[in-house]
Every structure is written in structure tokens, then in C-alpha cells.
Design a binder for this molecule. Structure first.
Ligand SMILES: [Mn+2]
Length: 360
């Protein structure tokens, strides 16, 4: 009972802290976040046992950079903490770590028996193997909560509806007056640009903008747009990469009113690159689609410079459906003058299909 009361009190405190974070200009709150953590964790953490900070599998830049920066933050607060990754780096993250001269963290094969801090995810399907037999002590995240990560101990769970986990990590540094060196600033800055598409995506908040502005200064990056394009140049270089691999770099299967569909998101640098890649992918898909057990296959090829996109669609009626869903006149050239989030397009597709059915 006492433990429960204590937990509830602490929980109220955390919620209060999060609200305070949101309401106050950074730096005005006098209580440190880790005043809470020590009360919770002392009983579950063996002294001298290292806690590993790790992001999701198929790591992206936010997941890797947040793990490194958060481990650094904990180290500065005298916790034994080290970053780990749960898969190979993509080209973008590789560029970022090299640019800021930061070592790639070791890959963790299994979390069994380890103390773990999860960053940038909160479901076991995306977590490192063995997470069910690990001791999760913290979760720092900005995603929807599905809640299938189990912990036998109270956890420090810091989640905020912002565009990037690194924004939350930045807030932890600021809140606790922990110094942010140039390297860590560079990593968090890059992660924010990566997760928010250079602060343009729909999930970008003012807090992300504030964090990016502060971190850009600390990382001594002069031109944000120039840096972002440089960062994406390698990532979107598909020379020597097969069409199959391009399509499956970011691929998801989803249900559209009971139909099995595929969705691939492909990034390119500018309109010329987008047009070139479109021809390549279209040629390939002409044959490849028939080999897939899917009713429809959508590919969104977007370009980073102007933030436009072109949709490719395969399967009976797929182009017509997409044109109707997005109010596009030419079903043979499905251009989005402004890139839309995948979720929004799928929502439009679903409601259009439902309406068509209702009419039929
Ligand atoms: Mn993220």
C-alpha cells in the first residue's frame, strides 16, 4: 500500500514535471528529473551494473543518436550507462556519426538479464531480442503507446507528442543543466532534422524547433538547409542499389478495407532525381508486382529539396482510387505538390473506398 502511494505520488510528480516542461521556458524549473529516478531505481539496479540505452531494430538516425546522447547525459549524472544499437546503421546515420566524429555503438544481440533504457520505441515487436527477460528501467519516446513492454518495477517513462525523441533528450539535458558538447549537439540536431524532414513534417512542434535552433548553435552548423541536404545526399544515392532493395528499405504491409496492400516510401534529393528514380521503379514494378501476393502496391517517391512527392500505384483500380482519394486530375501522373504523411494518404484511401462501396 505504501509502495502504491509512493508510486502514485511519484507518478503525479512526473506528470507535473512533464507539464512544467511544456509550460515553462527551459531552464526555469529547479527540480532535476533524476531526483526522481534515483528513488525508483536504486532498488532494481545493482550497483556497478551497466545500463544500456538502446533504440528500435532497423535503426534510424533518431533512434541511434538519441541512444548515444541519452547515454552521455546519464553518464554526466554519474550513472553507468552505455549506448547500444539493435541493427546496422543506415547511410544517413552513418553520415551523421562520421560528420560529428562519434563512434558507432556496438550492436546488442540480446537484452536478456540486462538493465535497459528504451529510446524511440515502446513495443516489443520493435525492440532488441530478449526484451521480455530484461529489466527495463526507463522509456524515452515520442510514439503512440501500445503498452506491451512489461516491467516488474516502476519505470521512468518520459513520453511527449513531439517530432523526435532527441527533442526530449535535449530537454533532459537542459532541465538538469547538463552540458551539451558539440558532438552530442550535432547528433541531436541531425536526429531532429531527420525525424521532422527538416522541421517541415506535420508532427513538428515548436519544441522541436526550439531544440533544433539551440542545438544548431551548439553544433556550430551555419546553414541548416545546406546541412540537411548534405545529410540526405548519401542517403538518397541509389547508384548500385537494386530496385528491389530501394522499395523494401521502408516497406509496410497494410489492410485497405480487407485488401492486402503494400506501401513503400522512397526518398530522393530533388525533382530530377525523383523523376529518374520513378522511371527505374516503374520499369521494375511492371513485372515485380505480379509476383507479390498483394492486391495493391503503393510507392511514394518524395523529394527532399522542394518537399513534393509522386505516387506510384499498382493493382486493379489502384491509380483511379488514389486519384480520387487525393483529388488529383491525372491518374497517370499522381503528383503531390506538398508531401503528405503516409497515414493521411491511407486514411483518404480508406474513406474513398468505403464511399465507393456505399454507392455500389
Ligand atoms: Mn523518432
Amino acid at each position: 500500500m505504501r509502495a502504491l502511494k509512493f508510486f502514485l505520488r511519484m507518478w503525479g510528480f512526473i506528470v507535473g514535471m512533464v507539464l512544467t516542461f511544456a509550460a515553462l521556458p527551459v531552464g526555469e524549473c529547479k527540480v532535476a528529473v533524476d531526483d526522481i529516478r534515483s528513488a525508483f531505481i536504486e532498488e532494481v539496479e545493482e550497483v556497478n551494473k551497466t545500463t544500456y540505452v538502446i533504440g528500435h531494430t532497423c535503426p534510424d538516425s533518431d533512434t541511434v543518436c538519441s541512444a548515444i546522447a541519452y547515454a552521455n547525459y546519464k553518464q554526466q549524472l554519474n550513472f553507468k550507462c552505455e549506448p547500444r544499437i539493435s541493427g546496422d546503421l543506415n547511410k544517413e546515420t552513418d553520415f551523421i556519426l562520421k560528420y560529428f566524429d562519434v563512434d558507432t555503438p556496438p550492436v546488442m544481440e540480446s537484452a536478456v538479464g540486462e538493465n535497459i533504457i528504451l529510446v524511440d520505441h515502446n513495443i516489443s515487436a520493435q525492440a532488441v531480442a530478449g526484451i521480455d527477460e530484461a529489466c527495463v528501467v526507463e522509456i524515452i519516446d515520442h510514439h503512440n503507446i501500445f503498452g506491451d513492454i512489461k516491467a516488474k518495477n516502476p519505470v521512468f517513462y518520459l513520453t511527449m507528442p513531439v517530432g523526435c525523441t532527441s527533442t526530449i533528450v535535449w530537454l533532459c539535458y537542459r532541465q538538469n543543466n547538463v552540458a551539451i558538447d558539440k558532438k552530442m549537439a550535432g547528433l541531436m540536431f541531425s536526429a531532429i532534422l531527420s525525424d521532422t524532414d527538416n522541421l517541415r513534417s506535420a508532427n513538428t512542434t515548436n519544441l522541436d524547433r526550439e531544440a533544433a535552433k539551440n542545438l544548431q548553435r551548439l553544433a556550430t552548423i551555419d546553414d541548416r538547409n545546406k546541412f540537411f541536404l548534405e545529410m540526405e545526399r548519401e542517403f538518397t544515392n541509389y547508384d548500385g542499389v537494386s530496385e528491389h532493395d530501394i522499395i523494401f528499405t521502408d516497406f509496410k504491409e497494410f489492410g485497405l478495407c480487407g485488401r492486402r496492400c503494400g506501401w513503400s516510401t522512397v526518398a530522393t534529393l530533388n525533382v530530377e532525381e525523383r523523376d529518374k528514380l520513378k522511371v527505374r521503379l516503374d520499369d521494375f514494378m511492371g513485372k515485380f508486382f505480379a509476383t507479390q501476393d498483394l492486391e495493391m502496391f503503393f510507392i511514394k517517391v518524395h523529394e527532399i529539396e522542394g518537399y513534393t512527392a509522386e505516387m506510384l500505384a499498382y493493382g486493379t483500380g489502384a491509380r483511379e482510387l488514389l486519384a480520387a482519394a487525393l483529388n488529383l486530375e491525372d491518374k497517370n501522373r499522381l503528383i503531390l505538390e506538398r508531401n503528405l504523411p503516409n497515414k493521411k494518404i491511407v486514411r483518404e484511401l480508406t474513406s474513398t473506398l468505403e464511399n465507393l462501396r456505399a454507392v455500389a
